[in-house]
Design a protein around this ligand. Structure first.
Ligand code: NAD
Length: 480
């Protein structure tokens, strides 16, 4: 671990025009390291370097398999440095060490998956009758701007860089100012993989400064943003001004519908991962549980028991899978989750367990269960982004679907039942980009992920993500 981390611009480390900031360890509340902050001029240098790489044709001239090998080599580099990166991630983000290890492995997996996809992108031949030959080519947009949040800084940056380079784009990544340290690995990995300087640039800076400068830069050809709805809207407006496409991966208030015939023992495992992993700071968290009245009371008790059994404390000491939960990523994030929980209680929800700040240094919240939540209330509608689950009861299938669909979001949804007809009916009616049946987070790097409604548009993960990084050129030839 270094005392100071810099920006990676055009294949070299650089200070930033916006000075430095101190990155805090949310597990202790103590200073961790200094980070150089990029300003608009640094963003301009990074975009200029990326443009040079794109316009030189060096990435697109490569046979795709060669580009794919470099992408896979970036993932291999991450695996070679897995333990050091996992520890650094825990220290800067707060998550338990077992989760940080998973995150580094998952980040490497994106490089493997998209490295393998590089040589599968093909155009098509379109028959135009005698005298013509016509074919399409899938070409990279050019410079891909990627703006990253703090909850999964490695996984989310990895999925965009991997798909961007695999399709021949040069990338400028703006990491979150809350979790910038681990991301320095992408610069080192790109260099080790043999990518030319400027193909991958990694900057940290304030959102309103470096982030806004990147989103509005006229040299950017495509934007991928993961973060909050408000920032997503600002980025979409910047993209519209420059007429460039963007992918928006935003928030969620996702519901698991639990029928009376569901396997409740197995479901508890889904709750553990769905809402208490990463201290609930997951866009696709199971933040609402909509349960049939027949099993409601029993399930609420069991979920409360699960919540009480979770061992909360500094992530660096918690390396056994599923046992421990770490800190929330920042003091304001914790305060917001506590305030939303307190207002929920005041609005009539029953606090079954949790709702407290832990009386130790750092930003820790007790795993929290609220029951009797009114679906239309603030807590029923608002993304907490913390370890807080809202339980509500339903009588019949139609009511359950209406509750699940009854927010502005539409990121993911789940249905738990042994009745395949019922599950299939629900999958058709749920308004969400991903539907999980009998396992929350079922799927993987291979399956498309993205939102309906205010959860955003465009898809990351899976082959679908690749279509966001390429544009179609048609070549029509008159044969004489
Ligand atoms: P945020 O919107 O505050 O910040 C995200 C990134 O945008 C950061 O890098 C920030 O510096 C930058 N930014 C802020 N203002 C900007 C501006 N005006 N112009 C350009 N960039 C700007 O979000 P956050 O608090 O970091 O992340 C939490 C949110 O992200 C939650 O709502 C969560 O649901 C969502 N999220 C979604 C997904 C997904 O895949 N759908 C994944 C993770 C997080």
């Amino acid at each position: 671990m270094q005392d100071l981390y810099l920006n990676w611009i055009d294949g070299a480390w650089a200070e930033g025009g916006a000075g430095r900031m101190t990155v805090e360890n949310p597990g202790t509340g103590q200073a961790l390291a200094e980070q150089a902050l990029a300003d608009a001029a640094d963003v301009d240098r990074a975009v200029t370097a990326a443009r040079r790489v794109h316009e030189s044709g060096v990435l697109t001239a490569l046979r795709p398999v060669e580009r794919g090998r470099m992408v896979r080599a970036m993932g291999a580099w991450l695996l070679d440095h897995h333990e050091d990166l996992a520890r650094l991630l825990t220290l800067e983000q707060g998550k338990a060490l077992w989760e940080a290890r998973n995150e580094i492995r998952n980040a490497a997996r994106y490089f493997e998956y998209y490295g393998n996809q590089a040589e599968t992108l093909e155009g098509r031949q379109i028959p135009l009758g005698a005298g013509y030959m016509d074919f399409t080519v899938l070409e990279p947009y050019g410079v891909s701007a990627q703006i990253i949040p703090w909850n999964f800084p490695m996984e989310i940056a990895a999925r965009s860089i991997a798909a961007g380079i695999a399709t021949g784009n040069a990338c400028v990544v703006k990491t979150s100012e809350m979790t910038p340290l681990t991301s320095h690995a992408f610069g080192l990995a790109a260099k080790a993989a043999g990518l030319p300087p400027g193909a991958v640039n990694v900057l940290t800076g304030w959102g309103h400064e470096a982030g806004a400068a990147l989103a509005s830069h006229p040299g950017v050809n495509q934007i991928v943003f993961t973060g909050s709805v408000g920032t997503g809207s600002a980025i979409a407006q910047a993209a519209a001004r420059n007429i460039v496409p963007c992918v928006l991966e935003l928030g969620g208030k996702s519901a698991a519908i639990v029928h009376a015939d569901a396997d409740l023992d197995a479901f508890l495992g889904d709750v553990r991962r769905g809402i208490f992993m990463n201290a609930g700071q997951i866009c696709s968290a199971m933040s609402r549980i909509v349960v049939h009245r027949a099993v409601h009371d029993d399930l609420v008790e069991r979920i409360a028991g699960l919540a009480r059994s979770i061992d909360v404390g500094p992530g660096i000491d918690r390396d056994a899978p599923l046992k421990g939960m770490g800190a929330m990523a920042s003091g304001p994030q914790l305060d917001r989750a506590l305030a939303l929980t307190a207002r929920a209680e005041a609005e009539g929800a029953r606090l079954v367990t949790g709702g407290r700040r832990l009386n130790i240094p750092g930003h820790f919240m007790d795993p929290t269960v609220l029951a009797g939540v009114d679906p239309a209330s603030e807590i029923g509608q608002t993304e907490v982004f913390g370890p807080v689950v809202s339980v509500m009861a339903f009588e019949d299938e139609a009511e359950a679907i209406a509750i699940a669909n009854g927010t502005d979001y539409g990121l993911v949804a789940g249905v738990f039942t042994r009745d395949l007809d019922r599950a299939t009916r629900a999958a058709g009616r749920l308004r969400a980009g991903q539907v999980f049946v009998n396992e929350w987070f079922a799927g993987g790097v291979e399956t498309p992920f993205g939102g309906y409604g205010k959860s955003g548009y465009g898809r990351e993960k899976g082959r679908e993500a690749l279509w966001n990084y390429v544009q179609t050129k048609n070549v029509a030839i008159r044969l004489r």
